[in-house]
Design a protein around this ligand. Sequence first.
Ligand SMILES: C[S@@+](CC[C@H](N)C(=O)[O-])C[C@H]1O[C@@H](n2cnc3c(N)ncnc32)[C@H](O)[C@@H]1O
Length: 231
Amino acid sequence: MTWVCDSSSIGSRDYDRAPLLMSQSGTKKHWEQVWTQKRADETSWFQKEPAVSLAMIERSGMAHDDALIDVGGGASVLMDRLLEAGYRDITALDVSGAALQQARQRLGRDASQINWIEDDVRVFEPPRRYALWHDRAVFHFLTSAQDQKRYVENLERSVWPGGQLIIATFAPEGPKKCSGLDIVQYDATSLQAALGKRWKLLEEQIDLHRTPAGREQEFGFYRLEFQNILR
Ligand SMILES: C[S@@+](CC[C@H](N)C(=O)[O-])C[C@H]1O[C@@H](n2cnc3c(N)ncnc32)[C@H](O)[C@@H]1O
C-alpha cells in the first residue's frame, strides 16, 4: 500500500478514488502523530483490562484455533490477554505502524505469535477469512455513508458466514468526538441499520469507560452473527 500525501501524487487512474486516497492519507497522518506522541496509557481510550471485550469473546464460543482479528487494535492489551487465554490464531490490524510497534514492544517475544497488518480498514485486502472480527472505537470514526459502506464490505469479505462481530462505539449518551475527530454515536437500532440485514444482534451491553484523566464515556458493545442469507 502506497500512502499519498498530497493530490499531486495521485495518478490519473486513481482519479475516482482521489477522495478516498486523500482521506486515507489524512487518517494515517493523524493516527501516526497520536501514536508517536503518546503512550497507550496516555490515550483517552486506554483500558487496563479489556473486560467487556474478553467476556463477549468468551461468550462467542470461539475455539482456541479459530481465527480472530482486532481491527484498529492500536496498542490495546487485548492481544496479550487473548494469547494468555490460549487463542492461537490472532491478527492485529491498524492504520498506524507506531501503534503496532508499541504493541509489539510490549509483547516482546510473544509478538511473533500475532499476525500484524498495517493498513486502513476501508481498503485492506483480507488475506483470508476470520471467525471473529473485534472493533473497539474504530467504526465510529467513519462519518460518511461511503466509508461506512466500504467498512461493511470489507467486514463481510473477511468474516466466515456464521462468524461473529464484536463492535464497540460511543453510545448516544457518550462523547461526540474522540481523539479530536468527529464520530458517529450508535445504539443497537442505528448500528443494525448501518451494518445491514446480514447481521443478527446476539447481545448488547453499555460500558461506562473511565479515561486516564477521570472522565466517564459511555460505550455500547454489540455482538452480532454474520448470516449466510438475507433475512
Ligand atoms: C480510539 S483508538 C482504539 C484502539 C483500540 N481498539 C482500543 O480499544 O484500545 C482507534 C484506533 O483505530 C485506528 N484507526 C483509526 N482509523 C483507522 C482506519 N481507517 N483503519 C485502521 N485503523 C484505524 C487508530 O490508529 C487507533 O489505534
